[in-house]
Design a protein around this ligand. Structure first.
Ligand SMILES: Cc1cc2nc3c(=O)[nH]c(=O)nc-3n(C[C@H](O)[C@H](O)[C@H](O)COP(=O)(O)OP(=O)(O)OC[C@H]3O[C@@H](n4cnc5c(N)ncnc54)[C@H](O)[C@@H]3O)c2cc1C
Length: 291
């Protein structure tokens, strides 16, 4: 089986478990500087799926790609620590405030620059925008097939790949020719942990913007070990149309974000008797909570 070239789309997201009052700026964009960030959970599953294929097909190359502010370089380092071969950071202030249309356009411009790939894997959805739109939008713009909600890769053949999808109503087995884009479901295997050797090898990996802080020791190290330089692509590097990126390229404006605080007005203690359970289900249907 020939080695595959895989691109993993991974996003750094606000840790939505700790969203404070200053999470949003007055212009409706996320105040990323104020929020602690994490690796988008579904993207860790996507990363594992790619690394699993790399284990199964020797010579397979895995590249992790992220679009975001400088802090998102952590995503690239995390990818290196877990076993990717390359990482690319798409970062430029002009990409800020992008909705899914502008985000997928920007990511696709970067993928077109990479050009040579067999498989693109991303998470089913990000925990901040929660739209699950970026993956399918990228596939559409690249005019390649898409398989969403992937749970497992069943078979890898020379000219097609066979995957199992996790749907609300069960599972589905799908085959697709290369190149193909897949979005990965959270029911797929968890991502392997960091490898100590990889952490030692890549902990000083930095983008040129991060290097601007001027650390002579780090600069000398980067000259000696070019694998520590994280490629950083700007608007010009990906030949992007400035009217299609960032806030300018985003028809969707997030008006405001507010935390939903559930206030229980009353509570009931039920026994496990049929009548109690039946009564509860009837009430949930009546209030359109279920059904
Ligand atoms: C509360 C909130 C609501 C929003 N609502 C909308 C909305 O309704 N419509 C809209 O267009 N935008 C919306 N946005 C903006 C949206 O979050 C951003 O456009 C975002 O970059 C992409 O959308 P998403 O977070 O829904 O990602 P999803 O579409 O859920 O992401 C799916 C997958 O795409 C890949 N991906 C997504 N972003 C990146 C990235 N930056 N780098 C690398 N891979 C990536 C990842 O693999 C990810 O798992 C919202 C933002 C917030 C904070």
């Amino acid at each position: 089986m020939r080695p595959l070239k895989i691109i993993v789309l991974a996003k750094q997201v606000p840790d939505t478990r700790h969203v404070g009052p200053d999470a949003m700026k007055p212009d409706g964009t996320v105040n990323r500087g104020k929020l602690s960030t994490v690796f988008n959970p579904d993207d860790l599953h996507a990363l594992e799926l790619a690394l699993n294929i790399k284990d199964r097909i020797p010579g397979t190359q895995v590249t992790i790609l992220t679009m975001g502010p400088q802090k998102a370089a952590d995503i690239i380092r995390e990818g290196y620590y877990r076993g990717v071969d390359d990482g690319i950071m798409i970062s430029d202030r002009r990409f800020g405030g992008a909705d899914t249309l502008a985000t997928s356009y920007t990511i696709v411009q970067a993928i077109k620059k990479i050009a040579d790939y067999d498989l693109i894997v991303g998470g089913r959805q990000a925990i901040d925008g929660d739209t699950a739109q970026v993956g399918p939008q990228c596939a559409d713009k690249l005019n390649i097939p898409q398989v969403t909600y992937v749970e497992e890769i069943l078979e890898i053949k020379e000219d097609e790949i066979i995957a199992r999808r996790r749907l609300e109503t069960g599972v589905e087995t799908v085959s697709a020719p290369y190149p193909v884009l897949m979005t990965v479901h959270g029911s797929s295997p968890d991502c392997r942990s960091r490898k100590a050797k990889k952490v030692m090898k890549y902990k000083y990996a930095r983008t040129k913007t991060e290097m601007r802080k001027g650390d002579p020791v780090l600069e000398a190290l980067h000259l000696k070990r070019p694998h520590l330089v994280i490629p950083e692509w700007s608007v010009e590097d990906i030949n992007a149309d400035v009217t299609k990126i960032g806030l300018a390229g985003s028809p969707t404006k997030v008006k405001s974000v507010s935390s939903i605080v559930l206030t229980a007005t009353e509570s009931k203690v039920l026994t496990d008797s049929d009548s109690d359970i039946e009564g509860m289900i009837k009430e949930l249907i009546k209030h359109h909570t279920i059904g």
